[in-house]
Design a protein around this ligand. Structure first.
Ligand code: NAG
Ligand code: NAG
Ligand code: NAG
Ligand code: NAG
Length: 925
């Protein structure tokens, strides 16, 4: 019996599982799988295969992510990261993406890397490298050749570098079919293809200034040059940016440019000598700021195109037709000048071409053949400013259906379907630089009142309190009225674990690099509740977001700040630049009197008493560079100042609230310095040789321990090669029950006398790099902590339980019985991440470079938020949700049981009493 009881007790102590339950996914966490801002030239609607009816949206973003999105709901179907470490450094990484109707592939180029991907599922079909020769243009070859199977469309790639080179790549293998080298010294510019020719267009420097356009026609089968034209454009063209358009794959491709004063538009049907000049009407009476050309890309579409003219205040457009026989261009009609922004796009249906115009207040569609408006949808409420758009047109009899995907000024991607907003993908969040949980607590007023009471005399405080309670009575009638409803809903709701009032679904405020601030509703799958343009800068170097009740302050590295109301997003205050800014909060070592800043290659400690001269300066050894500084989180409560060992003795933790862990790198070494933030004294140093400093080095600190990771090449064979995770704990003394010099020192003269910590470290080999580290935080710090690590290779966030990486794990022997009691396991050099530690579950959280953690009102629960590219938020319960009722708990059932018991008691009690009396009588008789 006793054995059984013990077993039961033991069994109930073992955590059933640490993993996230499948039914919690999407409930306690949310994930925005982002692509980045879709680029104008490489975004389109396309059917994923010739047999499918519905088109998908494809894009290659500014983050070099290639992805397919379902236009119905905006869900990401697949994505691929095209960035390769091999990408030629120093070029602008402008990727290209092409697809052609009737094939099952999309072809992309980035740097010197060309690749083809299955349009349906994003699987790699082939790849091709041309080292040192970045691809400057890419087209698919649509030959009107019936013999070539429709599923393979060869690609034509133009590589730049020292000399231009045009290649035809096999559509199914990526192998080079032919290559044409241009040794003339021209600037390789574009390729284009008609049904009969491949054209290579280069910029030939003219004698004085400007460039002539040289068009070389190539035989698509052999790649041999068939003819050449040089167009006299040197008065107008000063560089690649002056050319407005090189027409891709229409029946008759064109090249278009304008003169410098924007008075005439010049158009040449590629391959011919003739240049048509058309006058640009001065419709608006204002200077034209930009000219954009929109033309269909498909081979069999009508040779019509639209030119968009934009001025400071608005824009208009003109539609032109090309005569195929004479290769001349004529104006067909104009679309009127409208104030505000307009985003034009092209859609095709069979051979017909349609032009769509999205403005703030309406969407309209016209046929390229005539100016009659086929469809007009007013927009309520007005749309946010769009930069560019792509459209898909569907015709059923006389009715038109239209879908437009617009890229907003913020970078977000929005679908407008027949004038209604379908979905918005918050792609701007891929530029997140800082985040924090907002404090919308309604209790703030009470907190303030209590503070007032705390500072007054007893009598005053007492009257204040009585007044406050009388005031509270105002709410009593409402509260009583609500009471029955609250009781009933609380019983009937099957969700007992609605923890919103415990601070687990606080909104998150995110600031992005392009000057926007977002609020995400944690309780509503991370929906954007508001977004605000807070700064005009393109590179807004946000350092941190600080939270006050109801307000959030975004701090920028130049010392300026913006304060917003977290409920509405209204900007309440702006502070201008001061030039000096403390390290961001996670790097921030601020005690009451000291602030630590990083400046050039130094770390400075400032006293708040004297802000002119730094109190101390830390400068790494010559040849070393500071790459990172971390400190204990500002909220890092210590539940116990010592560690109780198996034999009931205590190891005292070395706790200093002001320590900072500074990482420096040398040629192939990394050094970690633990610095006291008050005195600048180095408490501990650890140097690792043979470190690959190009790989991520991450570090984190909490309580009396710190951890860091790096990649060691292992300079000599005895050393381990691979990713290492090193964990160190600091104690006051190596001997249990001893406080070292601290214990006996009753009278400390100055903090400078602090003894150095006794540090115990252990290193573990891990399978992959860690891009960022953080530590879970709970309200009182009683709950076991987890080391949160972001894994960029497996796109995951993992919470490693602290006991697993305890540096006191016995090495080379089994733990003794006291060590077992302490929970220590035998040390194993290789640390494998348990599947149950994956906080991101099966989700692919890509590009995470910062993980934040915050406490909730529940001691068991810690909030986690990761950003960088994707946005991911979840809750962690490192020691189980010991203070939360499980989902399976039913209040109704409990109540029914109590009622049933009460009824049972009521019925049985008289019976029992009767029986007792009867027995008494029987005994008597
Ligand atoms: C259009 O007219 C305005 C005012 O008359 C003038 O300032 C501007 O330069 C003109 N633009 C062009 C392209 O002719
Ligand atoms: C924020 O805005 C809301 C709504 O306008 C207002 O009720 C609240 O007081 C504001 N909060 C602060 C801190 O200004
Ligand atoms: C405490 O201070 C006194 C006088 O300053 C000194 O004599 C004594 O040694 C100090 N005690 C310790 C434990 O340092
Ligand atoms: C894509 O790959 C590059 C280079 O490997 C990396 O720096 C970047 O973070 C990756 N992006 C995402 C979103 O994973």
């Amino acid at each position: 019996m006793r054995l059984q009881a013990t077993l039961f007790l033991v069994a109930s102590c073992v955590p059933s599982t640490l993993a996230i339950y499948a039914d919690e996914v999407g409930h306690i966490d949310f994930h925005h799988a982002l692509l980045g801002v879709p680029s104008e030239q490489s975004t389109f609607f396309q059917r994923p295969s010739s047999s499918s009816n519905a088109a998908l949206l494809y894009t290659l973003s500014d983050k070099s992510l290639l992805g397919a999105v379902n236009p119905k709901d905006g869900a990401l179907l697949w994505r691929q990261n095209l960035s390769r470490p091999a990408v030629t450094p120093g070029h602008d990484n402008q990727g290209l993406l092409r697809a052609s109707g009737g094939t099952n592939a999309v072809v992309s180029a980035l740097g010197d890397y060309v690749s083809a991907w299955s349009a349906l599922d994003g699987k790699l079909i082939w790849e091709n490298w041309s080292p040192g020769m970045p691809v400057v243009d890419l087209e698919l070859l649509e030959l009107e050749d019936a013999s070539s199977a429709p599923s393979v469309t060869d690609a034509i790639a133009l590589s730049g570098g020292k000399a231009g080179s045009v290649k035809r790549l096999d559509g199914s293998t990526g192998k080079i079919k032919w290559e044409f080298h241009d040794e003339s010294g021209d600037v390789p510019f574009q390729v284009s293809a008609s049904s009969t020719d491949v054209f290579y267009i280069s910029l030939q420097p003219a004698l004085l200034k400007g460039y002539k356009l040289r068009v070389t026609s190539l035989d698509p089968l052999t790649g041999r040059q068939t003819s050449q034209q040089v167009l006299n454009s040197d008065n107008d063209i000063t560089g690649p940016d002056s050319v407005l358009f090189v027409g891709a794959n229409t029946a008759l491709p064109i090249v278009a440019w304008a003169d410098k004063s924007h008075r005439t538009l010049k158009i040449n049907a590629i391959g011919t000598k003739q240049v048509t000049a058309v006058n640009i009407g001065n419709t608006s009476g204002a200077d034209i700021r930009s000219i954009k050309l929109h033309a269909p890309r498909t081979l069999n579409a009508l040779p019509h195109f639209l030119v968009q003219y934009e001025t400071e205040s608005g824009s208009w457009a003109e539609v032109y037709h090309i005569d195929l026989a004479s290769s001349t261009v004529s104006k067909a009609y104009s679309l009127p000048f409208l104030q505000g922004w307009s985003a034009f796009s092209t859609g095709t249906k069979d051979a017909n071409v349609y032009f769509t115009r999205v403005t703030e207040s309406e969407t309209t569609i016209v046929s390229s053949a005539s100016h009659g408006v086929l469809g007009r949808w007013p927009q309520h409420p007005p749309l946010d400013r769009a930069l560019h758009a792509v459209s898909e047109v569907a015709m059923k009899g006389d009715s038109v259906a239209l879908r437009s995907a617009i890229v907003l000024e913020s970078g977000d991607w929005q679908l407008i379907q027949n004038g209604a907003v379908g979905w918005t993908r918050p792609e701007a969040l891929s530029k997140a630089l800082a985040a924090n949980w907002a404090d919308v607590d309604s209790q703030q007023d009470l907190a303030h009142q209590l503070e007032v009471e705390g500072h007054e005399s007893i009598i005053k405080a007492y009257t204040h309190r009585v007044k406050r309670h009388l005031k509270d009575l105002e709410h009593l009638p409402d509260w009583l009225k609500e009471l029955p409803k609250r009781v009933i809903t609380s019983i009937l709701a099957d969700e007992v674990s609605n923890l919103d009032s415990y601070g687990v679904s606080k909104p998150v405020i995110v600031a992005t690099k392009n000057g926007w601030v977002y609020a995400l509703a944690s309780g509503d799958h991370g929906k954007v509740s508001w977004r605000v343009k807070a700064a005009e800068e393109d590179a807004w170097n946000v350092k941190s977001i600080q939270i006050q009740p109801g307000l959030a302050t975004v701090h920028v590295d130049d010392g300026s700040s913006v304060t917003l109301n977290v409920t509405t997003g209204a900007i309440t205050q702006r502070a201008s630049a001061t030039g000096k800014s403390p390290l961001s909060p996670e790097d921030d070592v601020s005690s009451d009197v000291y602030i630590v800043t990083q400046e050039d290659e130094r770390i400075l400690g400032w006293s708040s008493k004297d802000s002119r001269v730094p109190a101390w300066v830390f400068q790494p050894a010559p040849g070393e560079k500071i790459v990172r500084a971390t400190a204990r989180p500002s909220h890092d409560p210590v539940a116990s100042i010592g560690k109780v060992l198996g034999d009931r003795s205590v190891l005292y933790k070395y706790l200093t609230p002001n320590a900072a862990l500074v990482t420096t790198v040398g040629d192939n070494s990394a050094t970690f310095y633990l610095i006291d933030g008050v005195t600048g004294r180095i408490l501990y140093t650890s140097t690792h040789k043979g470190v690959d400093t190009a790989q991520p080095i991450a570090s984190a600190m909490s309580e009396n321990w710190f951890a860091y990771s790096f990649y060691a090449e292992g300079s000599d064979p005895s050393e381990a090669k691979g990713y290492q995770l090193v964990v160190s704990e600091m104690y006051e003394s190596p001997i249990p029950n001893d406080r070292g010099p601290l214990g006996s020192a009753a009278n400390y003269s100055s903090i400078a006398d602090l003894p150095l910590p006794h540090v115990i470290s252990q290193a573990f080999i891990i399978a992959e790099p860690i891009s960022h580290m953080a530590v879970t935080q709970t309200r009182q710090g009683i709950t076991t902590r987890q080391l949160l690590v972001a894994l960029p290779e497996s796109n995951a966030i993992v919470g490693i339980p602290r006991p697993v990486i305890d540096p006191r794990r016995p090495v080379g022997r089994d733990p003794t019985s006291t060590e077992v009691e302490e929970g220590l396991m035998k040390y194993a050099p290789v640390l494998e991440f348990d599947g149950r530690w994956y906080l991101s579950h099966a989700r692919q959280v890509a590009g995470i470079n910062t993980v934040l953690s915050a406490p909730t009102l529940l001691e068991s629960t810690s909030l986690i938020f990761g950003f960088g590219n994707d946005i991911f938020a979840t809750r962690a319960t490192p020691s189980q949700a010991f203070d939360i009722l499980g989902k399976g708990f039913s209040k109704l059932q409990l109540l029914l049981t109590i009622v049933a018991l009460a009824i049972g008691v009521a019925i049985l009690a008289p019976m029992a009493r009767k029986k007792k009396i009867d027995t008494l009588w029987k005994a008597r008789s």
